[in-house]
Design a protein around this ligand. Sequence first.
Ligand code: EZ4
Ligand code: CO
Length: 405
Amino acid sequence: MKISDIKIFVTCPGRNFVTVKVITDNGLFGLGDATLNGREMAVVAYLQEHVAPCLIGKDAHAIEDIWQYLYKGVYWRKGAVNMAAIAGIDMALWDIKGKVAGLPVYQLLGGKSRKSVGLYAHASGDDIADTLLKAEALMAQGFKAIRLQSAVPGLKVTYGVLGDKENYYELQGNRPLPPEEDWSTPKYFNMVVELFKQAREKLGNDVQLLHDVHSRLTPIESARLGKLLEPYNLLFLEDASIAENQDSYKTIRQHTTTPLAIGETYNTIWDCKDLIQNQLIDYIRTAATHAGGITSLKRIADFAGIYNVKTAPHGAPDLSPICFAAHMHLNAWAPNFGIQEFVGFGTQEAQQIFTHDIQVKDGAAFVSDKPGLGVDFNEDAAALYPYKRSYLPVSRLEDGTLWNW
Ligand code: EZ4
Ligand code: CO
């Protein structure tokens, strides 16, 4: 079974998605997600010009060899663009292998370790009261774990809070440039500790609470935040600090028992190797789309399991349902699965393009039993929504200094 063609689609049903379709000479195809938010067309060009021509004629069953060929074989290795491209191909090849076997991908990974996959939803409000009302609504829908984000008083915009926007990362007009947002660590501290204090008073102790700092704090500030949040028993504190220096998490770890999660921007196992083997984190959040696909995430999950680190894959709206499906198969299998982030399946338009039978009930999701990944891609519907340039925001301190967004 040889790869006979590779097609790349970019569609924007509310936001951009890059979809890879690998076609075989026996008439099968597989789908993969290669979306890199704000840099989509770099991955498209990379796939079309540099990856696809090398793979035509190769054995579509040789997933591991193709992964190594696109990683070691390019000499340059790693990198967000390269790893998103590998991810798109890798997911598509697992999809094909499942279709050939007549088995869902989780069976190829080793079978199910659990009946359902626990999810956490997002409650994001314009103030603390608004955030907690939204959390109560999610609890009423059956969600047992909720990420709380709330606007920081005194800042124009806050990460994770929609404000007057309709969607996350709403497209920015006809001539988009990265929007600029402001940041103040002291103002944030005043809000965030109060948010979790009031959350426990209002929501009780049974619901699991989470929070995404989005890398705005230095390690010692994260240590202080972890300590201040200890009484409110978070499931995890996400992306407290950037960990380009993986050792820097020792500072946070030494000071707090608040569980720590990181990894959504990581591209390889090497980015989290020290964090995992030194047991500096509790949850690894790498996404199949950004870290080289199912092959990479399986390897990271097994490595993490040795050190009591659980998986908690990224589930943002900029990952397509194909990525979510790939995560679902990994989550069903991984013995050390923790929790899956979940923000729905996108706009109505997106749901007409990406169709699947993943069920969500009482805060848990049920993996598809269809052969392969279990997602279909409607090419005609996708063509109705062409690519639109769009950027993630950049962040600046109040004096203008560029900061981590
Ligand atoms: O900002 O995926 O946990 N979720 C996140 C996301 C990221 C986006 C960036 O493209 O941090 O909302
Ligand atoms: Co995050």
